[in-house]
Design a binder for this molecule. Structure first.
Ligand code: TXA
Ligand code: MG
Length: 332
């Protein structure tokens, strides 16, 4: 069996075609880890039913062993094989919102190893819409557990090269290049083990959409409230450089107070001049979300003294999901 760290190998970005997908599936079947694109962020995938393969995911990511994984499935039929009780609510959501960026949590089936759920009696499941993720799931024929394909605590990857950057030479990792992720922020996580169901992580699918499908209320955590999802603690998704989220009008004074160059992430025209760098963002929520992690990674790579980010609007649920990620990136 391949060891995750070897001297003569490095992360390898490949164009997804019949041959590379066959290689990825072969690796999954051999109990190895692959990186694959999804519509939200890239994932580090392994066979959900293979505990040894799952341990390699934790090891590669440097992920705490108490942070459970999301199992990716082709469809509701495959999801049913992983749960003890496929509820009517689950069926409705899968029918209407899958494939897509919605993860649901249900009591797990006995066949699911504890490595897939970090010992929890519940399992998180979603069916991704990205064609490459679907092609891999289809060819593999089994569920794939995949956390975001970043080193633990770092910004999630939305491009193949982000994944390659996070894993050093010596990592035997095939990365299927599916282009830049359309959603750009991680899936909505919904706990379906409670009544009413509870939103644990906001994402592109919002509480109103879920409530409309279920014809029932959805609990949303109050701002700042600690959620029951282990990986949703503050201090997550963080760039290495300190990040400050500021009103547009406060940025010039903040720049005057820095002695070294800063990177400013703006929403349109600004008169910021060298030595400071500007990264201009799309002004629509969808475009912004999809560009955010790439912007944070690019800003970080310039090794500035600080990253100043112009506070975006909060006018829609997607902007609010963006704010949820910004709050964590700026934590501490
Ligand atoms: O969009 C996504 O969800 C991406 C792509 C790759 O699908 N995946 C992703 O995985 O964001 P990860 O591991 O970075 O985040 C999974 C989140 C974590 O906050 C984890 O704690 C939570 O889902 N989670 C997983 N299983 C859970 C469970 N049984 N109960 C509560 N939370 C769970
Ligand atoms: Mg993650």
């Amino acid at each position: 069996m391949r060891s995750p760290l070897r001297h003569n190998v490095m992360p390898r970005i490949v164009v997804p075609d019949e041959e590379s997908i066959a290689e990825a599936v072969q690796r999954l079947a051999a109990g190895d880890v692959i990186a694959l694109p999804t519509e939200t962020v890239y994932g580090l995938g392994a066979d959900t039913l293979n505990p040894i393969a799952l341990r390699k995911v934790y090891e590669l990511k440097g992920r705490p062993s108490d942070n459970p994984l999301i199992a990716h499935v082709l469809d509701a039929a495959q999801a049913r094989s992983l749960v003890a009780d496929w509820s009517h609510r689950a069926e409705l959501l899968a029918e209407r919102l899958w494939p897509g960026p919605l993860t649901i949590i249900l009591p797990k089936a006995d066949i699911v190893p504890e490595e897939a759920t970090a010992g929890l009696p519940t399992i998180a499941i979603r069916s991704p819409s990205h064609p490459v993720a679907r092609a891999v799931l289809d060819a593999f024929g089994r569920p794939i557990s995949a956390p975001s394909a970043n080193r633990s605590g770092h910004v999630s990857p939305t491009r193949a090269k982000h994944v390659a950057e996070d894993f050093p030479d010596g990592t035997d990792l095939v990365i299927l290049d599916g282009g830049s992720s359309a959603c750009g922020i991680e899936s909505t996580v919904l706990d379906l083990t409670t009544t009413p169901p509870r939103l644990l992580r906001p994402g592109a699918v919002d509480a109103a959409q879920i409530a409309a499908v279920l014809g029932a209320d959805v609990l949303t955590p109050a701002v700042g409230q600690q959620s029951a999802s282990p990986g949703t603690s503050p201090q997550h998704y963080a760039p290495r450089t300190p990040l400050e989220v500021l009103e547009r009008t406060a940025i010039p004074a903040r720049l005057r107070a820095t002695s070294r160059p800063a990177v400013v992430i703006t929403l349109g025209d600004s008169d910021i001049k060298p030595p400071h760098h500007v990264i201009d963002m799309p002004s629509d929520a969808q475009g912004y979300a999809s560009a955010l992690y790439d912007a944070l990674r690019r800003a970080d790579a310039m090794r500035p003294s600080v990253i100043l980010l112009e506070r975006p609007p909060r006018t829609t649920s997607l902007w609010q999901a963006v704010h949820n990620r910004l709050a964590r990136a700026a934590h501490g």
